[in-house]
Design a protein. Structure first.
Length: 268
């Protein structure tokens, strides 16, 4: 069980107007490297301090190199400050080398957003989180995933068959996610949530690490307290690359975050 919170492991310490220190936790890793959503969340925390608006509404991150855990730096460059939104560029640097580059749009995520139309969204299929099967701390390809000893990711029984019996060929995983100590989700931790589940490609064929090349995320609303519902879906695998979509709902069925990403993959 984790002895810390997501807020603590993603915390940043300001050392100048636009520069911050962060300590990347070895526990929040897959194959010994910090998860992409975790890295983006650290950049978002720093951007919320520098920017004229507190919350990241949209972020597009490019992963140049995978940093090792330990001390790193986050640099924020304000680009524009408007009335309702502002833009910034964020960079995570390890040992003087840029590892993640991100463009961010900041604003204020509403407490109770008004939904005008939602028929384009998939069905969340809300179930009981207690009936889920916890994701193990390792991948079908044998990669150690220490992060799943920190978070509580539970797969619906149908999705869990991917790990228990082998791929179903659907290319999707559904389940629930909780932070350590049932810490409430906020706009920053939602940026982690959209990249928190195992690759949906595991439901197609076993593989090793599936590294994120680019991730675009949107934060849509502040979630109700409790675990969030996650749908992670692969769409096309071609030329050793896959694009995946992720949808995150709160326990009331309201969409609170979504993402799409391009990742590298090598299937056996």
């Amino acid at each position: 069980m984790s002895t810390t919170t997501f807020a603590a492991v993603s915390a940043v310490k300001q050392r100048s107007e636009h520069a911050f220190d962060v300590d990347l936790s070895p526990q929040w890793t897959i194959g010994g490297r910090p998860s992409g959503g975790y890295l983006l969340a650290a950049i978002a925390r720093a951007a919320g301090v520098v920017g004229s608006h507190p919350d990241v509404l949209a972020a597009s991150a490019h992963y140049l190199r995978s940093p090792e855990p330990g001390p790193a730096e986050v640099e924020i460059e304000p680009l524009r400050a408007g009335r309702g939104t502002s833009q910034a560029r964020g960079r995570l640097v390890k040992d003087g080398v840029s590892c993640v580059e991100a463009l961010l749009t900041l604003g204020t995520v509403p407490e109770d957003g008004r939904v005008r139309w939602a028929d384009g969204l998939p069905d969340p299929r809300l179930t009981d989180p207690a009936g889920g099967v916890r994701v193990p701390g390792g991948t079908p390809g044998g990669v150690t995933a220490a992060i799943f000893d920190e978070i509580e990711a539970r797969l619906d029984p149908d999705s869990a068959r991917t790990f228990l019996e082998g791929p179903r060929g659907l290319g999707e995983l559904r389940g629930w996610l909780s932070l350590p100590g049932d810490e409430p989700f906020d706009p920053v931790s939602l940026l982690f949530a959209v990249d928190s589940f195992p690759p949906a490609t595991f439901d197609i064929a076993p593989s090793g690490w599936v590294p994120t090349l680019e991730l675009t995320a949107y934060v849509r609303a502040r979630p109700a307290p409790g675990p969030v519902r996650v749908l992670h879906r692969a769409q096309l695998i071609a030329d050793d690359r896959v694009d995946e979509s992720c949808f995150v709902w709160d326990r009331t069925g309201r969409l609170v975050a979504q993402s799409t990403q391009l990742a590298g993959i090598r299937l056996s």
